[in-house]
Design a protein around this ligand. Structure first.
Ligand SMILES: CC(C)(COP(=O)([O-])OP(=O)([O-])OC[C@H]1O[C@@H](n2cnc3c(N)ncnc32)[C@H](O)[C@@H]1OP(=O)([O-])[O-])[C@@H](O)C(=O)NCCC(=O)NCCSC(=O)C[C@@](C)(O)CC(=O)[O-]
Ligand SMILES: NC(=O)C1=CN([C@@H]2O[C@H](COP(=O)(O)OP(=O)(O)OC[C@H]3O[C@@H](n4cnc5c(N)ncnc54)[C@H](OP(=O)(O)O)[C@@H]3O)[C@@H](O)[C@H]2O)C=CC1
Length: 411
């Protein structure tokens, strides 16, 4: 009997629990034992799942009860030229997906961006939030808590600073609902996405609030943060990076490479992304920003649940005519603004071997110089990729090419 089979037998006999296997074997053997057990109790064969290309120990901070790895195909689009506040120059965009036609589409969009001189991208606002909820007696106590917080932000900042070298508390915004008070803490988390960092720092700050006021902490997260749920507060106030990318595409490039016109794209954008989304009650006023965000998140070890916020984006399109030639044919201006893109180049899954290599493709693995610049550049590359995707899909829809493209490439 192999070590793995013997360990699986001990779990089956109730002597060990599945999650205790790592205490009795190295992480690869523990994973093999779990596969053995799952295979013996289901109809599944886990040969492919067990055929992973990194030591299981490398994934220890990222997963419990590991049995192997799922492999998602990885492609590149580009290179695409990005003139950003932090990103500068040409980069290949790594995208992990199972949706045929997606890479082709983003790749076409990148070639259009290049033909237009490249995308421009800027971070407009930055800050990771955590909003604990406190119980107070009534509105009088709520008002007292809000005033105390306004007068004592420096004390909260000092308590938070004790827990992190890179994180910095930027501000605290109170919200009152009856006898519940929510304090939305916002941090500069530099190159980390920052959810662990902000949570740990906020706990330290909450200890001060509880010691100095009548308020009692109910929970460190009161859902006004808002993490991993669609929420208007993220669309309006931002979360993580708020980033915009834009481009003006010459008419002949739209006609030659996208087989449509600036007018058709602008009309489609209004009727689909703006009016259609409004009628649907959507938070995302775009075509498929989630596609690029999800594929780049998977490729680079981001928290995939935060695609919910990352897809909170508005796409605009208009025909631009030079003033001197009003009435003549114009070019196409397109922008995409992602209000809450939560990304990091340190922490989370960024250290996993394939994910770290994907960050290397973008040249932004690890901490930046100055700190925060790598994550800023990353957000700008994602915004440029989203812009490329929007341009290409809107064009395919405007020229009635969507279903034929997917029939050819996606089946
Ligand atoms: C498929 C294309 C690009 C063809 O578009 P085309 O213009 O007929 O292609 P082409 O053969 O003339 O090539 C043009 C360029 O496209 C790229 N390209 C072309 N083929 C490839 C390929 N195999 N691999 C890599 N790149 C490719 C490449 O950049 C190429 O330039 P080149 O390098 O040759 O000078 C186009 O029809 C298209 O973009 N369609 C849209 C597909 C799309 O965006 N799908 C996204 C998913 S849709 C979805 O998930 C969301 C949805 C739709 O439900 C949301 C909603 O409600 O709107
Ligand atoms: N706790 C929670 O509620 C939630 C957690 N998560 C998970 O949180 C993880 C991400 O949390 P996050 O805080 O980003 O990552 P980490 O918990 O890994 O924290 C980042 C670490 O990197 C260090 N660091 C080194 N260089 C830098 C730099 N240049 N910029 C910033 N930090 C640097 C920080 O040190 P130092 O702090 O000393 O500065 C810190 O130890 C993901 O795994 C995600 O899935 C997701 C949602 C909620």
């Amino acid at each position: 009997m192999t070590d793995a089979a013997a360990l699986a037998a001990r779990v089956r006999e109730g002597e060990l629990r599945l999650h205790e296997l790592d205490d009795h074997a190295d992480p690869d053997v523990a994973a093999a034992a779990r596969r053995h057990l799952v295979e013996s109790e289901t109809d599944a064969s886990l040969d492919a799942v067990g055929n992973y290309g990194f030591p299981a120990a490398a994934a220890e901070p990222n997963v419990e009860n590991m049995i192997g790895a799922v492999q998602v195909p990885l492609g590149v689009a580009g290179p695409v030229a990005v003139d950003g506040g932090a990103a500068d120059g040409e980069a290949f965009l790594p995208l992990a997906t199972t949706e045929g036609a997606l890479l082709a589409s983003v790749n076409r969009g990148c070639s259009v961006l290049n033909a237009a001189g490249g995308a421009t991208a800027r971070i407009i606002k930055s800050g990771m939030t955590r909003a604990p909820v406190f119980r107070v007696a009534d509105v009088v106590e709520a008002e007292a808590l809000v005033e105390w917080v306004r007068d004592n932000v420096d004390r909260l900042r000092a308590a938070a600073a004790e827990t992190t070298n890179h994180g910095e508390l930027l501000d605290v915004t109170p919200y009152v609902v009856g006898n519940s008070v929510y304090l939305r803490f916002r941090y500069d988390t530099k190159d980390a996405m920052g959810m662990n960092m902000a949570t740990i720092a906020t706990e330290a700050a909450c200890d001060v609030v509880e010691a100095e006021t009548e308020a009692s902490l109910v929970a460190l997260s009161g859902n006004l943060c808002t993490d991993k749920k669609p929420a208007a507060i993220n669309a309006v106030e931002g979360r993580g990076r708020s980033v915009t990318a834009d481009v003006t595409v010459p008419r002949e490039v739209v006609e030659d490479r996208l087989h449509t016109t600036p007018e058709a794209i602008a009309e489609l954008n209004t009727r689909k992304n703006l009016i259609g989304s409004a009628k649907a009650g959507s938070l995302g006023f775009n075509a498929h920003v989630a596609n690029v965000v999800a594929a780049m998140f998977l490729a680079t070890g981001q928290d995939e649940a935060q695609v919910v916020e990352g897809a909170n984006a508005i796409t605009t399109a208009e025909v631009r005519r030079a003033e001197a030639s009003a009435g003549s044919d114009g070019d196409l201006y397109v922008s995409v603004s992602l209000s809450s893109l939560e990304v990091g180049t340190v922490g989370g899954g960024t250290k996993l071997p394939t994910q770290a290599e994907a960050l290397d493709v973008l040249g932004i693995r690890g901490g930046g110089d100055p700190p925060g610049s790598n994550a800023d550049a990353f957000a700008e590359y994602i915004a440029a990729g989203a812009l490329a995707g929007e341009l290409s899909l809107l064009s395919a829809l405007a020229s009635q090419h969507l279903s034929s493209a997917h029939a050819e490439l996606g089946r």
